[in-house]
Design a protein around this ligand. Structure first.
Ligand SMILES: [Ca+2]
Length: 339
């Protein structure tokens, strides 16, 4: 699938003479930039195909697969649970030559604890452009997991660390909750309820470019719907400088938490007094989510402390139940917007 997509978009991009251009849609400019962000449609398509992750999903997921939504409707409406991935590509502000790619897996429903209709999840990459499309490399990868909640276990790493600088990484999507993980082992180290079992490679039907929120592509009318937080996720960078600094100051083997400040609160919920943040990292700083082993394990990452991870896994099974119990007793949810 990936090879056929790459071949298609490579041919399409042959007509593009540059990545960035200053006069989009000018009558004399043959390069089309439908969403007006300065990056041609052909280059956006090529980059999205080139770095498309391999998504691992559970064959027992009650929502089946990332869904395709009816483009012309302003309310997100599922056509089919058919493995559609939606992409976004835009230049990184104030960093010429860098592009951010977002890969959204959008689901009919979150069917884990505290489930809800629709589920808006994604992973993203920061790309360094080269002199031509084939020379582009990924610098960092980010995976969202319960983003914007107290259970936020989102994380990021150098692309080289997870061996995904020339192509996409393997991404593990937890069953029912659809949190994204750059390591299968990390799946159970979030904030409860995440399981990555009975996994299989998602057969991606297509990668559909969303464009930008003010200039959708492919006739999509639901980008700004208030039924889900997609607009918010599309409008922000996943790679602010402070977050990249967390990676850059850590050992090159480490995957780090994107929001380490939330880990103490999660530890309290889990009843773990001693730093959930270092769950898989032994004595490493609490910024570290997992340490990639030095042996040749490919994209199946190893961890340095399976003993600690196992203990946390058992504990986390009760987290969603505890949160729900709290909500039942206090009349309000501790986490207002579960992703
Ligand atoms: Ca764009």
């Amino acid at each position: 699938m990936r090879r056929s997509l790459i071949a298609f978009f490579f041919l399409a991009s042959l007509h593009s003479c540059s990545y960035l251009h200053s006069q989009p849609n000018h009558a004399t400019n043959p390069v089309v930039d439908s969403d007006g962000d300065g990056l041609s449609d052909a280059v956006e398509a090529k980059l999205l195909a080139m770095f498309a992750p391999d998504f691992m999903v559970s064959r027992t997921d009650c929502s089946i697969a990332p869904a395709q939504f009816a483009p012309a409707l302003t309310t997100p409406t599922v056509i089919a649970d058919d493995g559609t991935i939606y992409g976004q590509a835009f230049p990184r502000k104030h960093h010429p030559g860098e592009v951010e790619l977002h890969y959204y897996h959008l689901w009919k429903q979150d069917c884990g604890e505290l489930g809800h209709a629709l589920d808006t999840e994604h992973v993203s990459a920061l790309i360094q452009l080269g002199r031509d499309a084939t020379a582009a490399v990924a610098l960092y990868w980010y995976a969202s997991a319960h983003e914007d909640t107290i259970c936020d276990a989102s994380h990021l790493a150098l692309a080289e660390t997870i061996r995904a600088d020339k192509h996409g990484p393997t991404v593990w999507i937890s069953r029912g909750k659809h949190a994204s993980f750059l390591s299968k082992d990390l799946c159970t180290h979030g904030c409860g309820g995440d399981r990555c079992d009975q996994m299989e490679l998602l057969n991606v039907r297509a990668i559909v470019n969303l464009g930008e929120t003010d200039a959708p592509m492919n006739s999509i009318a639901w980008l700004r719907s208030s039924d889900w937080p997609l607009q918010e996720k599309m409008r922000r960078s996943d790679f602010p400088q402070a977050r990249l600094a967390l990676v850059n100051k850590s050992p090159q083997t480490d995957v780090v938490w994107a929001n380490p400040s939330k880990r103490p609160a999660q530890a309290a919920i889990l009843g773990l007094n001693a730093g959930i943040g270092g769950a898989a990292a032994g004595a490493r700083a609490t910024d570290t989510a997992v340490v990639v082993s030095g042996d040749d394990t490919g994209s199946a990452l190893g961890v340095t402390s399976s003993r600690t991870g196992s203990a946390l896994s058992k504990t986390s099974q009760n987290v969603w139940k505890a949160l729900k119990k709290s909500a039942d007793e206090t009349g309000r949810f501790l986490i207002p917007n579960l992703n």
